[in-house]
Design a protein around this ligand. Sequence first.
Ligand code: NAI
Ligand code: MG
Length: 492
Amino acid sequence: MKSYDRLFIDGRWVAPVHNGSFDTIDPSSEQVLAKVAAATAEDVDLAVQAARKAFDAGPWPRMRGAERAAVLRRIGKGIRDRLHELAEIEVRDNGKPLPEALWDLGDAAGCFEFYAGLAETLDDNAEQPVALSDDRFTSVVRKEPIGVAGAIIPWNFPMLMAAWKVAPALAAGCTMVLKPSELTPLTALELAGIAAADLPPGVLNIVTGFGKDAGAPLSEHPGIDKLAFTGSVPTGSRIMQAAARDIKNVSLELGGKSPFIVFDDSDLDAAVEWIMFGIFWNQGEVCSATSRVLVKRGIYARLIERLEEETRKITIGNGLDDGVLLGPIVSKGQYDKVREAVERGKQEGARLVTGGGRPAHLDTGYFMEPVVFADVPEDSWIWREEIFGPVVCVRPFDTEDEAVRTANDSRFGLAAAVMSRDDARCERVARALRAGIVWINCSQPTFTEAPWGGYKQSGIGRELGVWGLNNYLETKQITRYGSDKPWGWYIK
Ligand code: NAI
Ligand code: MG
């Protein structure tokens, strides 16, 4: 493995001020994968200063959108050119199966290409006239980059989460300091390597390190104008508190406990497959995972049976091995958390249908057989809290009203899904669900063009699409007094 012991600050690879480092682990082997630079407040300060200078005096925010677009397209191409190599790094660092990593990396490249397109449209659309009720005045509204953005991202989709923040921020003309998760820092450093040749110094800075040592100083830094965070609710709350001190703009994409309602006219195999995709894909380490499944009583028993049968067939192993569709949990800490949740579910009276043990053929690595819990009590911890692992909780329901009420009875509201052959029912339920993303007859497909984000404690703001670009834009009105007549208030 090559060396990852430098931070990317002001266009250069530099050692951390205190020369700190930490190990990132391959969760399949539990072995050290690489030594990574550990940033502290001093490094974060240097990175923010570099981003500040690049924003206040550098060319990037002043370029035409089309020029920034050309750079974004080259970054997208840089990812595509090394897609396989980067996907393998992602598998080693995070554990996910290679086909998923390839998908993520393709989406990350696509995200840069999509925001390149939006950066181009900024040149013509950056200023729009506003009709005023007083014809002595004319006004234009102008979109301008918000300034220096600080981004803090999680470990479940390392490169993709970086792309979701870096691409729109750069398209808008912002500069950025990005802190990847200490559990999966490698592909963000690779991204810096890809972007380095094309970006003016200081436009993109990557500081690897721990939440407390590097994330907190970034969220508290007065040189930051905007904070963009994806991760857990408690950390999101801390970031919002830090932002409150000097009124930073903040967007948060937090956890979920998303429901999936399956009616009894659904195709059973389609239902089983989408339920599985909704919770076992990426080891269930997905903010929008549909982890609470509500099944109409008439098909409940048969569905649980088919779900058990198919869940037992999933090939578990090292994500680089052929045919593997479930890798290890990302870290020892997360593995323990998921195992504790499974124990808790048993104690709470949920029926463990399958899974929860270590697969017989794997004696190292943070592996777990995927879990199906049935008859999960509505007031149980496992029904209400985010587990963030391959654990699905299923309950029966009798009426549509009951299903919608149970689905909405959560402090989260990121995503939801509904399945039925009755289109009118799907459309009706989709509108009744309190969530930022609703899937009909599927679960999880995500498109760069469409808004992504949650209701309630699942967050604030939307990423992706034009909404994602607006996260990094300020709105300015420029209003002109154009009348020949004097104002005539004091001086008549
Ligand atoms: P986390 O929310 O603590 O970590 C996410 C990012 O925030 C990481 O880059 C971390 O270094 C940083 N961070 C941590 N503390 C910080 C602080 N005080 N100030 C600034 N940045 C800080 O999530 P963690 O610990 O990795 O996982 C804990 C749980 O969070 C998981 O079990 C899961 O339930 C949930 N989670 C949800 C995610 C989502 O996408 N909704 C993603 C990752 C975790
Ligand atoms: Mg790792």
